[in-house]
Ligand binder design. Structure first.
Ligand SMILES: C[S@@+](CC[C@H](N)C(=O)[O-])C[C@H]1O[C@@H](n2cnc3c(N)ncnc32)[C@H](O)[C@@H]1O
Length: 275
């Protein structure tokens, strides 16, 4: 039996679902529409790449490449020298997607490019846009010193329920440290979870409200520079965390929903975003 299946979303658009965890890639409004709102628009990719200079995108969880393809399509003709670094620990979603292009038609125009990426681990999209593939566990691969630090981090592993190791305070502290303080970086994701917002804040990120997508009223963005956030989480939001039942940070040892401890709350309230 295949690891993945094609599912029809309410909109009629098709997407991929992993059978084992029953998680649909881009479940709301479909792969390309969601990728454009969550990542291309929120990252302001077109504007940030409109000037010459290097711009690095980390595409975490390449999966079936919808986010990467949406970024590439938006950046054709841009002035910056763009490096897209895609990370995944398996190529099976992309191979399945390529075999099902009749249903996932966003891949069709990019078939040759993707085949090159799979074979050579690098594909030249345009003279100024390169696409690099890194196979392995992102938590370890991201530490490699030869990888350039990102300006944009499109963070899209599976959810914190089925992919816990990618959603721990320990991992996000490593990620925050791995960014270059001199390079403002925005991280975009579909989550609206309080626990994840708390986890990101305690890891050292500034955290803000992200765009609404499909039926989701708000998602979440994070950055190493406050100036990249349009709507930073407020002190009112912070106050409510004391009584919320899912405000404890997600740790390797404690990943269940719980109310934040007094000690963790003191640390959370001390983050510079709230000073
Ligand atoms: C929801 S899919 C990503 C969808 C994809 N961004 C797209 O646009 O089609 C999640 C992906 O994250 C990958 N992933 C999960 N944990 C990972 C890890 N620790 N390191 C690297 N990739 C991981 C999975 O293998 C899977 O392909």
């Amino acid at each position: 039996m295949s690891e993945f299946e094609i599912v029809s979303l309410r909109s009629g658009i098709k997407s991929l679902r992993m059978v084992a965890n029953q998680e649909t890639f881009h479940p709301g409004i479909g792969p390309m529409a969601e990728a454009r709102i969550l990542h291309v628009e929120q990252q302001r990719l077109v504007e940030r790449c409109s000037q010459p200079g290097k711009f690095v995108i980390w595409d975490v969880g390449l999966g079936a490449a919808a986010n990467a393809v949406a970024a590439i399509e938006a950046l054709i003709g841009c002035a910056a020298d763009v490096e897209i670094h895609s990370f995944d620990k398996t190529l099976s979603p992309l191979e399945f997607a390529l075999a099902n292009q009749d249903d996932l038609d966003y891949l069709v125009p990019h078939q040759v490019l993707i085949q090159t990426l799979l074979e050579k681990k690098i594909a030249q999209v345009r003279p100024n846009i390169s696409w690099h593939l890194h196979l392995g566990d992102f938590r370890e691969v991201m530490l490699r010193k030869d990888l350039p630090s990102p300006h944009a981090c499109i963070y899209d592993p599976y959810s914190s329920v089925s992919n816990q190791e990618m959603w721990t305070l320990e991992h996000f502290k490593n990620l925050a440290k791995r960014l270059d303080p001199a390079v403002p970086c925005l991280l975009t994701n579909y989550t609206g979870s309080s626990a994840i917002r708390v986890t990101w804040l305690m890891a050292g990120f500034y955290v803000g409200v992200g765009a609404s997508v499909g039926k989701k009223a708000e998602t979440t963005v994070a950055s190493n520079h406050l100036s990249l956030l349009d709507q930073p989480l407020s002190t009112e939001w912070l106050t409510k965390r004391q009584t919320s039942q899912s405000s404890a940070p997600l740790r390797e040892t404690q990943h269940l929903a719980a109310t934040i401890s007094a000690e963790d709350f003191r640390e959370l309230a001390g983050q510079s975003q709230f000073q």
